[in-house]
Ligand binder design. Sequence first.
Ligand code: GLN
Length: 496
Amino acid sequence: MDLTRLSAYELADALDKREVSAVEVTQAHLDRMTAVDPKVHAFLHRTDAAALAQATSVDERRASGAALSRLAGVPIAVKDNLAMRGEPTTCGSRILEGWRPPYDATVVARLRARDLVIVGKTNMDEFAMGSSTEHSAYGQTRNPWDLDRIPGGSGGGSAAAVASFQAPLAIGSDTGGSIRQPAAVTGTVGVKPTYGGVSRYGLVALASSLDQVGPVARSVLDTALLHEAIAGHDPRDSTSINAPVPDVVGAATRADVRGLRIGIVTQLSGDGYQAGVSQRFAEALEHLQHLGAEIVEVSCPSFEYALGAYYLILPSEASSNLARFDGMRFGLRAGDNGDNSVEQVMSLTREAGFGAEVKRRIILGTYALSSGYYDAYYGQAQKVRTLIVRDFAAAFEQVDVLVSPTAPTTAFRLGEKLDDPIAMYLNDVATIPVNLAGIGSMSLPAGLAPEDGLPVGFQIMAPPMADDRLYLVGAALEAALRDQWGHLLIEEAPAL
Ligand code: GLN
C-alpha cells in the first residue's frame, strides 16, 4: 500500500487502528518529497528531523493508550508566511532570509497541539503577492499536472505539495484567492474561511483586512477535518470571531443539497472564461440540480469594480504592513558599513531584499494613501467595498450559496503573464469579491477541461459564519463527480 495515496481521513483511521505507525506515514511522505520535489519545488524548507521526532512521540503515546486528536500523526505542509518557532519563515522574500521566528503562529501551535506532523514550509509568491508563485525569490513551483505550467499563487507550493502526494494536507492563506486559485489549477480542494474564523496571529500580514488562513487537501472531508482543527477564537487576534465554529465536518459528511437554493453570479461567468472551464461549470450545476438543488441566477452589479477596489485596498494595507521590513529588526541588512546613515541602510536593504512586484505594490499603496489622493483612491475603493458587501447581502436573501468558476482559465504556462501585471491580476477576478466582503468560500475540482486536460475549479460562496454550507454543497458535488473524475484523486498526476 502506498501511504501517500491515502486521504488524511484514511490515514487517521489506519493510525487509529494501529495498521500503520506515524513514523511509517511520515517517512513515506518524506521519501515522496525526495523523489518528486526536485521537479515540483513545492517546498522551501523541509523539517524532517522535527517531523520524525513528533511522529515517534505520537506512536509512543498511542502505544501507551493516551487519548490523541483525530488527525494525530497525519503529515501536513505549511505555507512559508506562517511563523514556526526556530524554523526559517521567508514569505518567499530575500528580505526575510535567515530569520527564524522565536514563536509559533496560533495555527502552527494548534497543529502541533493536535499532533499533526509538519513536514515543511511551502513556496509562495513573495509576501503572497501573485497568482503563479513565479514571484518567489527562491524559484518557481511547477504544476504537477504539467511541469511547464504554473501551480497558481500565491499558495502554489501548498497546492502543488498536496496535488503531488507530498502531503495529504496543507495550510494556505487567502487575501484575494491564494488558497482557492491554486486549488483550482492543481485539482485540489481549498477553503478560505469567513474572516476571523481562523486566527491570523503569526501570519505575516499582507493586507490585514483581507487575509485569512485556511485548509488545502485532496477531498472535501479532509479539508473539513483540517478546517475544524485550526478554526476557533484566539484572544491574540483582535479580529478573531468569538463564536462556535460551524460544524464543517458534519456538513461534509451529510453532503446533501436537497431544497437548497444555489445562485449563479451573473458577473462571474460567461465572457472571458475559457470554454472548457464554462463547460465543466455548467455540468457541475446540472449535477447539483439532479441532486435536488434549485439553481437561479443572481446579479451582483458592483462586482465589476471589485478588482479595481482590491488593487487599491491591498497595496495600501501592504505598504503599511511591509514598512516593518527595514533591515533593523528581521532578516536581511544591506549597506551597514559604518559610513551609511540609518536611512541609507533601510533603503539599500529594501532595494536588495524586495522583488519587483512587492516594490510595485508598495509604491502604489503609498501613493493611494498620500494626502490629496486618499479620498480619490483609497476612500473610493472603500465605498466600492461597501457596495460589494451589500450585493452579497442582497444575494443571500435570495439564495443559500452562490457559485462561479474559481478562475477564468486552467493553469497557464510559466512565464506567460510574468511581464504583464494586469493579466496576472485578472486571474483573481472571481475570488476577490469574497475577500472584500469577508465571507467564506471553497474551490473544489470540477473535472478536466477538454481542450487541455487540466483541472477546473468550482467556487462556492456562503454567508458570513455559514462555512458549513460550503462543505454541504462541496461534498455533494464531489460525490456526484466521483464516477467521472474520482480517479483524479488517486492516480499519479500525469507529469510526474
Ligand atoms: N493573486 C492575488 C494577489 O496577487 C491574491 C493574493 C493572495 O490571496 N495572497 O494579490
